[in-house]
Design a protein around this ligand. Structure first.
Ligand code: 5RP
Length: 221
């Protein structure tokens, strides 16, 4: 079976009755959402906070009850994908452009489970360009400030030859830093730049990673 499908579906085993769940974004969590919908149809009672408009649409279509931070303070568990996972479970996320909502939801969760195929496991972070969400106002200058932090090359993400716009109305700069030895320091330094809204480094946030392979799943903690 497809490794992403195996990992995504396995995560549903960790969802218990009456939990509030954070639903991540991407092609691996897609399988989590589909599988969760079957459990909901069979009587599982949960509420879910989606991390993107696309996840909200999919969950709604499949009959998963949605909630928001108006009514919820803490989530029991968030299940999300990743673009890179280091041996100490630090992550690069944001390949789908949903990193801001993903980090808000993960931060409000008791546990964060990451689902991924083995191609996402890396010895050290940094091969995947780090997504940095920036405001449209002053984006040119914000990018220059990001470059001063040691970024080797930066690309403003585009869609249909226009800047890609996130669910929050912002742009994404995809930043190649080379090997990231101090993700905690880089995460804080980036977020200290005015115009940077958030970045895709998730440091000390993941509790568990479910890796899908051709043969099954491996749990990394
Ligand atoms: C979206 C993300 C995704 O979780 C990440 O890009 C992994 O996606 P996929 O499961 O499709 O490989 O961070 O912002």
């Amino acid at each position: 079976m497809e490794p992403k499908k195996l990992a995504g579906e396995k995560a549903v085993d960790y969802i218990e009755n009456n939990m509030v769940i954070g639903l991540g974004t991407g092609s691996t969590v897609y399988w989590t959402i589909r599988h969760l919908a079957l459990r909901v149809k069979a009587g599982l009672h949960i509420k879910a906070i989606p991390t993107s408009m696309s996840t909200a649409r999919l969950a709604e279509q499949l009959g998963i009850p949605l909630a928001s931070f108006t009514e919820i303070d803490r989530l029991d568990l968030t299940i999300d994908g990743a673009d890179e996972v280091s041996p100490d479970l630090n992550l690069i996320k944001g390949g789908g452009g949903a990193l801001l909502r993903e980090k808000i939801v993960a931060y409000a969760s008791e546990r964060l489970i990451i689902v991924a195929d083995s191609s996402k496991q890396v010895a050290s972070l940094g091969k995947f360009p780090l997504p940095v969400e920036i405001t449209p106002f002053g984006w040119e200058n914000t990018c220059k400030q990001v470059m001063l932090l040691g970024c080797e090359s930066l690309t403003l993400r585009e869609k249909d030859e226009r800047p890609f716009v996130t669910d929050n109305g912002n742009y994404i700069a995809d930043c190649k830093f080379g090997r990231i030895d101090s993700p905690d320091l880089l995460e804080k330094s980036l977020n200290a730049i005015p115009g940077v809204v958030e970045n895709g480094l998730f440091v000390n946030m993941a509790d568990q990673v479910i890796i899908g392979t051709e043969k099954g799943t491996n749990i990394v903690e």
